[in-house]
Ligand binder design. Structure first.
Ligand SMILES: Cc1cc2nc3c(=O)[nH]c(=O)nc-3n(C[C@H](O)[C@H](O)[C@H](O)COP(=O)(O)O)c2cc1C
Length: 382
C-alpha cells in the first residue's frame, strides 16, 4: 500500500522535487530530537539529573511527555503533570497520562539503583485528584544512598525498549516459559497477564480493530491525534513529542502533497486510508497479548500499573520481544463504552479490578527510538 501511493505520486511528477532520493534519505533523521538518547547519563555529578535524563525515555500516551520535575532539595524532587499535555478526548479522566507518569517513575527508580541510590516514592502526597488531575503533585521522590541497592539488569534495557508499532511474526509464537517470566512481574498493586489462546486472541484482535475504527471515526477523538502529528524532520525537531510521521518515505509523500494533517483528518483521503490500512494490517499480525490490571480504580492503581507496564516493556525487550500498547478499547469516551465492556467481559476483568494496559506482544522488526524533549527542558528548580 505504501509503495502504491508512492508510485502514484511518482507518476504525477511530484517527486521531481526530490532528486537524489538517497541523499534526501540521509538528511531526514531528526538528529536533535533523538539527541537526548545519546546524551543521557554522560554526567553523573548530580544524581537527580542522572535519574531524570533516563526517566524521560518512558513510554507515554501519544509521546506527550507530560512530566515536570521540580528539584526541591539536593536529593529530593517533586513530579508534576504538565496539565496542558493531557489528552482530554481519548483520555477524559487522565488515566493513561498517570500510567505514563508511573512508567517515568519506574525508570527513575531503576536509574537511581544504577548509581547506588534507592528511590523512595510517595504517590499523590496531597491526595488523589478526581475526576481529572489538578495542580497537586503526582509524586514526591527522594534519593537515598543505600549500600543494599544493586543495579537492576533491566536498567540496561532502558535505551533498547520500544513501543513496536509494526506487524509481528505470526509464524513465531512466544514460548510459554518467556510468557511465564512476564507474568511473574505481577505484584500486589498490579497484575500482569498474558493471552495466547487462539480463540481469545482472535476475539481481542477483533475488539482492538473495532475500537481503532471507533476512535478514528469519532471526529473529536481522531482530531486529537491528528493535531499531534508531526510530519517530517522540521516539524519533529520543532516539537519532539506527539506522533512523529518521519523518514524519507512519509516526508516524500508530504513534499508531493500526499500527506498533510488536513488529509489525515479526512476519512475520504488516500492518506487516511493508507494509515487505516497500515494499522489494520498491524493489529491483525498479533500472535499474543499482555495485559496489566490494578485491583481498584484508584490513581495509585493507575500509577502502579504504569510502573508494572514499564518493567514488562523492559523485560520483553530483554527477551527479544516486541511490545505495543493498543489502548483504544480501554478508553472511557462514551462511543467506546460497548467495546470496552465486551473486552473486559472477555478478559474476565470485573469491578473493582481495572484493566489499564493491553499490549500486543510477539517478535517484530527493530524500530528506531522516538523523539524526546531534553530532560533539562522538563526540570524546574524550586
Ligand atoms: C498509557 C499508554 C497508552 C498507550 N497507548 C498506545 C496506543 O493505543 N497505541 C500506540 O500505538 N501506542 C500507545 N502507547 C505507546 C506510546 O505511543 C509510546 O510510548 C510513545 O509514542 C513513545 O514511544 P516509545 O515507547 O517507543 O518510546 C501507549 C503508551 C502508554 C504509556
Amino acid at each position: 500500500m505504501n509503495r502504491r501511493v508512492f508510485l502514484i505520486s511518482a507518476s504525477t511528477g511530484g517527486l521531481a522535487a526530490i532528486t537524489g532520493l538517497s541523499a534526501f534519505s540521509l538528511t531526514r533523521t531528526p538528529t536533535a530530537a533523538l539527541a537526548p538518547w545519546a546524551e543521557a547519563g554522560t554526567d553523573r555529578s548530580d544524581p537527580r539529573r542522572f535519574v531524570v535524563e533516563h526517566a524521560v525515555f518512558a513510554p507515554n500516551p501519544h509521546n506527550r511527555q507530560p512530566w515536570i520535575i521540580e528539584l526541591t532539595g539536593p536529593l529530593t524532587m517533586t513530579l508534576w503533570c504538565d496539565l496542558d499535555r493531557r489528552l482530554p478526548h481519548t483520555d477524559p479522566f487522565d488515566r493513561q497520562i498517570v500510567i505514563g507518569l508511573g512508567c517515568f517513575t519506574e525508570i527513575a527508580s531503576l536509574a537511581a539503583g544504577a548509581i547506588g541510590y534507592r528511590l523512595d516514592v510517595a504517590p499523590f502526597p496531597e491526595g488523589e485528584p478526581a475526576p481529572r488531575l489538578d495542580r497537586r503533585p503526582v509524586a514526591h521522590l527522594m534519593l537515598v544512598r543505600d549500600e543494599a541497592v544493586h543495579p537492576d539488569p533491566l536498567f540496561g534495557q532502558i535505551k533498547l525498549r520500544r513501543s513496536t508499532k509494526r506487524p509481528f511474526d505470526m509464524a513465531k509464537p512466544v514460548p510459554a516459559p518467556v510468557l511465564a517470566q512476564l507474568q511473574a512481574l505481577s505484584g500486589p498493586l498490579a497484575v500482569v497477564s498474558t493471552l495466547t489462546d487462539p480463540d481469545m486472541v482472535a476475539r481481542v484482535r477483533a475488539s482492538t480493530r473495532e475500537a481503532w475504527d471507533i476512535e478514528a471515526k469519532t471526529a473529536r477523538t481522531h482530531q486529537e491525534s491528528v493535531d499531534l502529528m508531526r510530519i517530517g524532520r522540521r516539524e519533529i525537531e520543532a516539537n519532539p513529542d506527539g506522533i512523529s510521521l518521519g523518514g524519507p518515505f512519509l516526508e516524500g509523500l508530504s513534499l508531493v502533497g500526499q500527506l498533510s494533517r488536513a488529509q489525515l483528518a479526512d476519512p475520504a483521503s488516500s492518506a487516511y486510508r493508507l494509515g487505516a490500512d497500515m494499522y489494520r494490517t498491524m493489529l491483525a499480525a498479533t500472535p499474543a497479548y499482555c495485559a496489566v490490571a490494578a485491583p481498584d480504580e484508584s490513581r495509585s492503581g493507575q500509577f502502579a500499573a504504569g510502573r508494572a507496564y514499564l518493567r514488562l516493556n523492559l523485560a520483553s525487550a530483554a527477551a527479544g520481544l516486541a511490545l505495543h500498547p493498543v489502548s483504544q478499547a480501554l478508553q472511557e469516551f462514551p462511543e467506546m463504552a460497548d467495546v470496552k465492556a465486551r473486552l473486559e467481559a472477555a478478559l474476565g476483568v470485573a469491578a473493582p479490578n481495572r484493566l489499564h494496559m493491553l499490549a500486543r506482544v510477539g517478535y517484530g522488526p527493530a524500530v528506531p527510538q522516538t523523539p524526546r524533549w531534553a530532560a533539562s527542558t522538563r526540570i524546574r528548580t524550586a
